[in-house]
Design a protein around this ligand. Structure first.
Ligand SMILES: [Zn+2]
Length: 490
């Protein structure tokens, strides 16, 4: 069995000013054929699953590795950059032909200039090369857009079930198992989907989604169901297919698959508006801080809408300014994206006291820059944090100290996944009263074990977090909450 595997992924926030180009991919993650590290990354786990399988079945499998690359979520992808990376992988595939199986690590919310459906475009070109009988399979991030073109061109699409996406490796292994069975003719996968006509956010660390995911896993044990995925959708991507969808794969039972997708899709629709944990305004969150005397661990303030994982900059200062104004001390901030400030700290050197302007540079809505006299406590090149067995590059970092606040400036945009980001700069996160981080929900699993309390803080910017007021141009379908009853409209 000849298997080709590659990965091309990013999540495009079409509202973001942080445009994405080739450099964004090279800076985040780029592995040429044969150069992928042993550890998986969120979007390149299929390659590691294929390697593991090939090592177990050396006489059965010939594995051909293509390029694996992803860029930190950002704004619209430069057209030439997309076409170059796409064609790089297609040329590798062409050279590998004939193949029985193509295993791709995709995201599913990549949008380039002139391409609303990059993944559909890529899958279509892959299909043209490999022919109708080869199996084409891909993992998706649930924060993606499911299009008819993708369903037509692929045999198997499986999205991560968990948000935080802790299960990315399991989903890649599951995809490979099903794909191998399909190549051998043991199953005939058929995909059925249902449009839930809604835009919402679905953390699976909380109810009702926690139980819903458990239910999906149980359904997958019941033949002829092979796989059930929830496409959560990505509200910052203005494309025609944006929104939540249910995707069911059966062993050649399309009617049963369609009925199950509809049943589960309507159940998901019934959760609308009640999937998020409690969100605090900045004044409420800081009032809670003042009220709390002794905690069993630090209070984690998650700046949910300045999350680089959603394609915004991660240099917002709205919460930080308020902490400074209210003279809250014992605070560690991880992280604030500001490569220019990192460079200035590097030039000054460890131990230097300098006047520094940092943060608040990328847009008007996420707060003004901070001007402070700071101590450059520590510098670190190529710092990394952990996430579910993968390593996430933070780039060169500087730890600065002022007003009882320790703050990590980073030069690679990345969200706050795990307390290891503080340890990377020599800080013990447990020694602080408050940890201010930037993440919507991926942080949860990493921080819940050390936090005295977690507060999701809604600073109102810069992510386009209100689907009712977001200025969509390409989204034309009726979807809740833009339409109160979208199923009654047709
Ligand atoms: Zn995601």
């Amino acid at each position: 069995m000849r298997i080709f595997t590659a990965s091309l992924a990013t999540e495009t926030n079409t509202f973001s000013p942080m445009y994405t180009d080739l450099q964004s991919f090279y800076q985040s993650f780029y592995a040429a054929p044969g150069e992928h590290p042993a550890t998986p990354t969120l979007c390149s786990a299929p390659l590691v699953a294929c390697r593991d399988y090939a090592a177990l079945h050396p006489t059965e499998v010939t594995l051909i590795e293509g390029t694996c690359t992803w860029a930190e979520p950002g704004g619209l992808l430069n057209r030439a950059a997309y076409e170059q990376l796409r064609d790089e992988i297609l040329l590798q595939l062409q050279a590998a032909l004939p193949v029985d199986l193509v295993m791709l690590g995709l995201h599913g919310a990549m949008v380039a200039q002139g391409y609303d459906d990059c993944e559909g475009d890529l899958l279509q070109r892959v299909r043209l090369l490999v022919g109708p009988t080869a199996i084409v399979a891909a993992t998706l991030d649930p924060h993606s857009h499911l299009t008819a073109l993708r369903q037509q061109q692929a045999d198997l699409l499986i999205a991560f079930k968990e948000f935080p996406h802790l299960d990315f490796m399991q989903r890649a292994e599951e995809l490979l198992q099903l794909a191998v069975r399909a190549v051998k003719g043991d199953i005939r996968p058929v995909m059925s989907s249902f449009d839930c006509r809604m835009i919402d956010v679905f953390p699976t660390s909380h109810e009702p989604m926690k139980s819903f995911v458990h239910k999906l896993m149980q359904l997958e044990q019941q033949a002829p169901v092979l796989s059930v995925s929830v496409i959560h959708g990505f509200m910052a991507g203005d494309v025609p297919d944006m929104g939540a969808k249910l995707l069911v794969i059966t062993d050649n039972a399309p009617e049963l698959g369609a009925a199950l997708a509809q049943q589960l899709g309507l159940e998901l629709f019934s959760f609308r508006g009640r999937t998020l944990p409690q969100f605090y305004t900045i004044p409420d969150a800081l009032q809670h801080l003042q009220d709390q005397s002794v905690q069993a661990g630090p209070v984690v303030l998650a700046d949910v809408w300045d999350n680089p994982g959603g394609g915004v900059a991660g240099d917002g200062t709205l919460i930080l300014h308020e902490l400074i104004r209210q003279q809250v001390s014992g605070v560690a901030v991880g992280t604030l994206w500001d490569p220019m400030a990192v460079r200035l700290c590097q030039a000054a050197g460890e131990g230097a006291d300098i006047e520094l302007r940092f943060g608040g540079k990328s847009c008007a809505s996420a707060g003004a820059p901070v001007d402070k006299r700071v101590k450059v406590v520590r510098l670190k090149q190529n710092a990394q944090q952990e996430f579910a067995g993968s390593l996430v590059p933070m780039g060169d970092c500087a730890l600065i100290r002022f007003d009882g606040i320790d703050l990590i400036l980073n030069s690679n945009r990345c969200q706050s996944f795990d307390p290891s980001l503080f340890r990377a700069l020599g800080l013990d996160p447990l020694s602080y009263r408050v940890l201010l981080i930037k993440s919507t929900n991926h942080f949860y699993q990493g921080f819940v074990g050390i936090a005295g309390k977690i507060m999701y803080v809604d600073a109102g910017a810069p992510y386009p977090s209100n689907p009712v007021t977001n200025q969509y141009h390409k989204l034309q379908r009726p979807v809740w909450p833009r339409h109160p009853a979208p199923f009654d409209l047709t």
